[in-house]
Design a protein. Structure first.
Lengths: 224, 482
């Protein structure tokens, strides 16, 4: 008998006890207290992220590439990693071309990790991605990595910049997954990010930049 | 290699720990911190109560359909490309992991936090095979470097101060200057482990919730080591107990909310990592292979009894230990088990047998602080009472089903005889009056030392007159008026 048959037959031999699935009313406790009007939604999202040392910059769909260029100059990144082909790329590349001051070179995540693992792990300072959605209740950003925006982009470089549109803000996780019917098809990897990497494992003192990004920068587009 | 546990002397270890002022101070401070953090997350008692009801319902519903859900989970995972393995015992689980490492041609494994891997003593097993396991969670890394075991399921190095860790890093890590600055210490850890993430071929993680509906493994963490462990190597092995499964994806948000708020008082952890498949064609990173190991190790024993089954509702938040007056005084190591504190007392007898854990169910005041905070409403004190009963009921007792391995480990014929005699005396008036007479008149004969009782207490001396006698005398003086 395999371990599987042994385990399952023991479980099946146990007395059975019917338990009803929770009702929609039961689940409402994970939704109702976490619904907001539009001002509150935005401010809660920002407050929670700021409380865990996330840098948030209000921009518009016009100004964000310029904000990014200023940050790049000011933070002294040696380079900036872009998705392979994202709607963000065009605006960034344009801004970089038109810039009079020197900006860090742009790179693209355009080959499998095996081909450039060392460069990603040790020589990439910052990466920018979009996001799938954002959540006000917990101050979270939903990343839905894709072939163009692979999962290590938001994880390995010390700085992760993420573009969040105001319209992408949902109230809470349960509302969001129900509206978008996530159970119909989950991606390889879905990540909720709620700040830069941190730990309190040494005497309960919070230190940022444990294993993931030390800095999380949100470019918050208020006009879309 | 063997998984036999030399009988841990809980009595000696706990009394030793309770007399260690450093341990007392560190654990107290940490538990106060965690209790305050949790309380701040639940300002609305009504919301908390309804959320706990929901958590309890989700977990009980999942357990009521456990065999079905496990098969559904396996089918969904396989359809998504995740390979599923079943392990009855710790030895089987260790063999599966070692086999997968050999298949990946790797002598080394990098680990995210996994209490189940502690439970099966994976590191020890791999070392005996000449393989290595490297812990990457900062707390686990510290504990491993110090050749110790975690003292808390959420904060493994909670028993250590930054000074301890400063010395440890300076002594154990090459070319590391002495520093007590926590930021610098964390950067030292980051740097040391980054190199290992870069080279690791196999990563091993635990699982916080497994979703049967979608074949999704949900992991929560703050550091990013869990994401690295599950994203950077070629192979990811996830290991979990069979009870961690839930029915639907929409069960995840309430469970997450209960888990992170109860555990560390965070509205959510920095990362919630949901894995549903290995790297797909066209994707540029992520592991080529994902394996899920489902471990029983005594869980089906708890499952076989409807009351003990409630033990399996646990989502491993650690709130019960944070609020436990016993844990706070003796710390995690004194228990000698992978899971310390109240949850450890109710789950360990199933994992290890009551013969190896017989002192645990009685190491409780039954104050109920644990069940008051438990996010899935496990009635821990009731389960402790039940396990106490099992520990004094011999295996061959007629009309008593054999439910727990090592049952009757505390059974003593003399004790049984004493209670029987007590019952006889108290149910027969003649005997009762005679014993009362003897106890009050011979009270002076009680020795000063009555064994364990008098180690920390005055001896329980009977009064000179019994209550019955006092009442009778009183009534006599009052002319027999009530
Ligand atoms: S028994 Fe309850 S409080 Fe304790 S770890 Fe499990 S879920 Fe948390």
């Amino acid at each position: 008998m395999t371990a599987k048959t042994r385990i399952l037959s023991r479980l099946r031999a146990a007395p059975s006890q019917q338990k009803a699935a929770p009702s929609a009313e039961d689940y409402a406790v994970a939704q109702q207290p976490w619904r907001f009007d539009s001002t509150e939604r935005t401010s809660r999202f920002k407050d929670l992220l700021t409380a865990v040392q996330t840098e948030i910059h209000d921009c518009t769909s016009e100004t964000w590439p310029q904000t990014l260029a200023e940050l790049a100059a000011q933070k002294g990144w040696r380079n900036l990693l872009l998705p392979e082909n994202s709607p963000l790329n065009n605006a960034i590349e344009q801004t970089w071309q038109n810039s009079v001051s020197a900006l860090p070179p742009l790179q693209h995540y355009d080959q499998a990790i095996e081909a450039w693992r060392e460069a990603l792990f040790f020589d990439t300072d910052a990466a920018i991605t979009g996001c799938h959605a954002a959540i006000a209740a917990t101050g979270s950003i939903v990343l839905w990595p894709s072939p163009s925006e692979p999962r290590l982009m938001s994880l390995v470089p010390p700085t992760h910049i993420v573009v969040v549109k105001q319209s992408q803000l949902a109230d809470n996780l349960l509302d969001l997954m129900q509206q978008q019917q996530w159970q119909q098809g989950m991606p390889t990897n879905l990540v909720l990010v709620s700040g830069p990497s941190k730990t309190s494992d040494i005497q309960r003192v919070t230190a940022y930049g444990a294993h993931g990004p030390k800095a999380l920068i949100v470019l918050f587009l208020t006009d879309c | 290699m063997s998984h036999s546990h030399p009988l841990h002397d809980f009595r000696a270890a706990s009394s030793h720990a309770a007399q260690d002022p450093t341990q007392r101070h560190n654990t107290r401070a940490a538990m106060d911190f965690l209790m305050q953090r949790r309380a701040a997350q639940f300002p609305d008692a009504d919301e908390l109560s309804r959320l706990r009801d929901l958590g309890q319902r989700i977990r009980q519903r999942a357990l009521s359909r456990l065999p079905l859900l496990l098969e559904q989970l396996e089918a969904r995972c396989v359809a998504n490309g995740i390979q599923v393995h079943w392990a009855d015992t710790p030895a089987e689980a260790c063999e599966i992991v070692a086999g997968l490492m050999r298949q990946a041609n790797s002598q080394e494994i990098i680990k995210g936090k996994s209490m189940v891997s502690e439970e099966i003593e994976l590191n020890h097993f791999l070392e005996a095979q000449g393989m290595t396991a490297l812990e990457s969670d900062m707390g686990e890394f510290i504990v491993q470097l110090a050749h110790e075991k975690p003292s808390h399921i959420i904060m493994p190095a909670i028993h250590k101060t930054k000074v301890d860790i400063a010395h440890l890093f300076h002594d154990e890590l090459p070319r590391t200057p002495y520093t007590e600055d926590v930021d610098e210490l964390i950067q030292i850890g980051r740097h040391a482990l980054r190199q290992r993430f870069f080279t690791a071929k196999v990563g091993l993680s635990g699982v916080n919730v497994a979703v049967a509906e979608t074949g999704t493994l949900v992991l929560v963490e703050n550091e990013g080591n869990g994401r690295l462990t599950t994203s950077a190597p070629e192979m990811h092995i996830a290991i979990t107990g069979i009870e961690k499964v839930v029915e639907k994806l929409e069960d995840v948000p309430p469970i997450l909310s209960l888990l992170t708020r109860s555990a560390t008082g965070q509205p959510i952890t920095t990362y919630v990592n949901m894995i549903s498949s290995p790297r797909k064609a066209g994707e540029k990173d992520g592991p080529q292979q994902v394996h899920l190991v489902l471990l029983d190790n005594g869980r089906s024993q708890a499952y076989a009894d409807l009351q003990l089954r409630e033990t399996l509702q646990c989502i491993r938040c650690g709130a019960c230990m944070n609020h436990c007056p016993v844990y706070t005084r003796i710390g995690g190591h004194a228990y000698g088990t992978t899971y310390p504190g109240p949850i450890g007392k109710i789950i360990s007898p199933h994992l290890l047998g009551l013969d190896d854990t017989k002192d645990l169910p009685s190491a409780s005041t039954l104050c109920g602080a644990c069940s008051e905070v438990c996010p899935v409403r496990i009635p821990i004190p009731e389960l402790l009472l039940r396990l106490r009963q099992e520990s004094v009921t011999p295996e061959n007792e007629p009309n008593h089903p054999h439910t727990v391995r090592g049952q009757g480990a505390k059974y003593r014929a003399t004790e049984k005889w004493l209670w029987r005699s007590w019952a006889r005396i108290y149910s027969q008036p003649v005997l009762y009056r005679a014993s009362r007479f003897a106890a009050t008149r011979l009270r002076g004969l009680l020795p000063h030392d009555v064994g364990a009782w008098t180690i920390a207490r005055a001896k329980p001396q009977p009064a000179a007159k019994s209550l019955h006698e006092l009442v009778a005398e009183y009534q006599a003086t009052q002319g027999n008026q009530p």
